[in-house]
Each structure stands twice: as structure tokens, then as C-alpha cells.
Design a protein around this ligand. Structure first.
Ligand SMILES: Nc1ncnc2c1ncn2[C@@H]1O[C@H](COP(=O)(O)OP(=O)(O)OP(=O)(O)O)[C@@H](O)[C@H]1O
Length: 231
């Protein structure tokens, strides 16, 4: 059997606090090169699941493996390193350094990930190639990220996630601020680059319409059960 890009088994997690939201996920797998859209309503735990997948938070029990490596066997710093090397993250609000140049934003993940840096070979050249492939204008690399339009910032966030071809791309509702036509052209560009990198893609959204772009559509309630701890 080929190694999964991502595998969860018997995972449980609870946020601390009075409103303690908890979830459990008996099983979920994402094959190498596969794209999955994870659908769920607001508050259903999509972002929590992505935080677990990225090793930002750790499960109270169960196993999460990225490219066959069990996150549970790693210390916090090692999880940070694994995330930098193997996962490209597109955040809902992009999380760009708005005061920094576009080039600095895109090259940021390579600073902390020597293998990813080696895969990118010439980082600035690869960043420029990604900008062009994602439809960003000439000269954008020298611009301050915060001065770009929302659509352009979103493409910069994608370039930052894709640089150095991480094996797993995780995206949290990256199209929610776009109109339908712009969503479609954005996803076409994203999928072309994900295919070129050979990455797997896990995207969460509440928008069923996006399902047509993906290999599989999974509803969060089919893989996760949730609960809220009463005060
Ligand atoms: N940092 C946090 N600390 C404590 N509780 C949290 C935290 N983040 C999320 N939660 C809890 O987890 C629940 C699920 O939130 P989550 O953001 O995972 O859902 P979601 O499906 O991504 O929602 P949305 O689509 O609105 O972003 C929230 O209602 C909240 O109670």
C-alpha cells in the first residue's frame, strides 16, 4: 500500500475552557497527490481539524501522521520543523507580513526548512515563476504585500504555500472573499500548481459548489463527531 500523505486514526481533541469544544475522528486518509474538499458549516470544527493536521495543536489521544511521520512522536520544535518542511498552509486571512515585500513573504518558509529550500533550488527564481503562473503582475515581488489587492494577496499566500513543493497543502476557506468567477479562476491556477508540485491538497470550506474541482468531497460530520462540554 502506498504511504498516505495524511492519516488520522482514533484522534480526539478538546479545546480547554468552559465552552470546551471537542471532536473525535476515528479515521481519515489523504493519498499522495489526492485533493479533498472537507465541507462543514461554521463552527463544525474544520479549522480545529486543520490545526491538528498541521501539528499546531496536539490530540489528547490517537495518531496523526504526515507522510508517514507520527506527529505524536515529535517535540514542539520538531513539529514546527516538520510543518515547515512538508506542509504549505493557506490561511483564511492569508497571514501575510503586510509590511514586508512580496518576495520576502513567499521566501519565508524556505528560511526554516533546508530540504524545502533545496527542492526550490533557486528560491527567488522559483518565487518569481510562481507569481507569474498565478497571474500576478510583473514587478510584484518588489511590492509591499499590504499594498496589493485582496485577490493578489491571496495569490501571494498560495505562492508562499507552494514554494519548495511541500507534500501536503492545507487551505482554510481561501476563496470565501471572492465572487464565483474569481473563485473558479483562482482554483484553476491553484490546482495547476498543486499538480505541478505533485502535492496533496486538503481544503476546508462551507461552499458545496467548490466540490467539482476536487477528487473527493468529504462532509466533516461523516468523519468527525463533536461535542461541547457544559460549564
Ligand atoms: N483557540 C481556541 N480556543 C478555544 N476554543 C476554540 C478555539 N478555536 C476554536 N474553538 C472552538 O472550536 C469550535 C469550532 O471552531 P472551528 O474554528 O474549528 O470551526 P470552523 O468549522 O472552522 O468554523 P468557521 O467555518 O466559522 O471558521 C468553536 O465554536 C470554538 O468553540
Amino acid at each position: 500500500m502506498t504511504e498516505s500523505a495524511l492519516a488520522l486514526s482514533d484522534v480526539s481533541f478538546a479545546w480547554p475552557g468552559r465552552d470546551g469544544f471537542s471532536l473525535s475522528c476515528p479515521s481519515f486518509r489523504l493519498a499522495a497527490g489526492e485533493s479533498v474538499l472537507l465541507l462543514g458549516a461554521s463552527g463544525s470544527g474544520k479549522s480545529t481539524l486543520l490545526s491538528l493536521v498541521c501539528g499546531i495543536v496536539v490530540p489528547t489521544r490517537g495518531r496523526i501522521a504526515v507522510g508517514g511521520i507520527d506527529l505524536g512522536g515529535l517535540r514542539a520544535g520538531e513539529r514546527d520543523r516538520l510543518r515547515a518542511e512538508r506542509i504549505g498552509i493557506i490561511f483564511q486571512q492569508f497571514n501575510l507580513l503586510t509590511y514586508a515585500r512580496v518576495a520576502d513573504n513567499i521566501l519565508l518558509p524556505l528560511r526554516f526548512a533546508p530540504k524545502r529550500r533545496a527542492r526550490a533550488r533557486n528560491g527567488p527564481k522559483e518565487a518569481a515563476r510562481l507569481c507569474g503562473a498565478l497571474g500576478l503582475p510583473d514587478g510584484v515581488m518588489r511590492k509591499t504585500a499590504g499594498r496589493l489587492s485582496v485577490g493578489q494577496q491571496q495569490r501571494v499566500a498560495v505562492a508562499r504555500a507552494l514554494i519548495g513543493a511541500p507534500s501536503l497543502i492545507v487551505a482554510d476557506e481561501p476563496t470565501s472573499a471572492l465572487d464565483t468567477a474569481t473563485q473558479d479562476s483562482f482554483l484553476d491556477l491553484l490546482f495547476a500548481q498543486v499538480a505541478e508540485a505533485g502535492s496533496s491538497l486538503l481544503m476546508v470550506s462551507h461552499d458545496e459548489r467548490l466540490g467539482q474541482f476536487f477528487d473527493h468531497v468529504v462532509r466533516i460530520e461523516d468523519i468527525v463527531t463533536t461535542a461541547r462540554v457544559a460549564a
